[in-house]
Write a protein that binds this ligand. Structure first.
Ligand SMILES: [Zn+2]
Length: 348
């Protein structure tokens, strides 16, 4: 089968479109023909290499996939060849105390599929093998491309806002990277819960798009001062929740923008990990800082129900042939995307 592989870390030039053996299902596995595979920032982290984290080489990236089941392991029930499915990208043992209490992200064997797994085990290939428990039905109202764009960002944003920050009707929510894959999900989740999203974007074009998606307020950070705009929008009160994933570049502003008793929830730091915190604000304003990482299968299924109900829509920036993974990663690294990049393998 064809796949996009890298054997050493570096820029997009280390990615090779090449042949690999097709995966075979173990007793508890399912093999899918990948009809479409989503792009995520994880793909870029893995390719560059992360200090303190082992990326297994050779590596096939890709944590999101939608496809058709082509092989089912001997012990698998409830899934059959021909089923149209998407992937739940959190792998864990499924039997420990953490897993059985719905906290699979605390499992000692927790891994994000296509990021921490390997060798050669992600969705940027014509076929993929996964444990059957990581297969969920594709929302019927979505194409494969639309479905492949969703799980990782939808699950991450859902857990951040719903399970962790407990978003409430009327909450002002400041959303960094409003036009990115996570941001477009966060905006729609806020609307679903009756909250008031304030999306931060970099261009007029992105402002238009996030407005169409339901952002009640939009701040263009290249032209406007985010803190001053937040004060104006909220009547100097500050926001109830900040949706963080940028880190170093935005963290001090995020803290300033919070109302007294407000909540910052973060799932990443694309601009750098050493975010400055003036701890006086943390205690004096009695702020809540929450970490969030992926989510559990129940959260994904819950979120996908709202997709099937048409309340959360996929947002696709572009669809590229699988050979063009390097170009997709460059678009993301240059912050040129609105929504998601999706790859389609040949003959899919
Ligand atoms: Zn476990």
């Amino acid at each position: 089968m064809k796949a996009v592989v890298f054997e050493r870390h570096g820029g997009p030039e280390v990615l090779r479109y090449t042949d690999l053996p097709e995966p075979k299902a173990g007793p508890n596995d399912v093999v899918i023909q990948v009809k479409a595979a989503g792009a995520n920032y994880n793909d870029i982290w893995a390719r560059r290499g992360l200090p303190g984290m082992q990326i297994i080489l050779p590596h096939v990236s890709g944590s999101d996939a939608a496809g058709v089941v082509v092989e089912v392991g001997s012990a698998v029930t409830g899934i059959k060849v021909g089923d149209e499915v998407v992937v739940h990208p959190s792998l864990s043992c499924r039997t420990c105390e953490m897993c059985t209490s719905g906290q699979e992200f605390f499992c000692r064997e927790f891994k994000i599929w296509g990021f921490q797994t390997g060798p050669n085990d992600g969705s940027h290939a014509q076929y993929a093998r996964l444990p059957a428990v990581n297969i969920v039905p594709k929302p019927k109202n979505l194409s494969f491309v639309e479905a492949a764009s969703l799980p990782l960002v939808l699950l991450t944003a859902w857990r951040m806002l719903v399970s962790r920050a407990r978003v409430q009707p009327g909450d002002f929510v400041l959303i960094w990277g409003g036009a990115g894959g996570l941001g477009v999900m966060a905006i729609q989740i806020c609307r679903l819960f009756g909250a008031r999203p304030i999306a931060v974007v970099s261009t007029e074009e992105k402002a238009q798009k996030v407005g169409d998606l339901g952002a009640e307020f939009v701040i263009i950070r290249t032209k406007q001062d985010v803190y001053e705009e937040v004060r104006r929008i909220t009547g100097r009160r500050g926001v109830d929740i900040v949706f963080e994933h940028v880190g170093q570049a935005t963290f001090p502003t995020s803290i300033r923008c919070l109302r007294w008793g407000g909540t910052l929830v973060t799932c990443g730091a694309t601009s750098g990990f050493e975010a400055v915190t003036d701890v006086r604000f943390l205690w004096n304003k009695q702020l809540n800082f929450l970490g969030s990482h992926m989510g559990n299968k129940a959260e994904l299924l819950q979120a996908l129900r709202w997709v099937e109900a048409g309340k959360i829509r996929p947002v696709i920036h572009t669809v590229l042939p699988l050979q063009e993974v390097p170009r997709g990663q460059e678009l993301m690294e240059k912050d040129q995307t609105i929504g998601k990049v999706v790859y389609v393998p040949d003959s899919a």
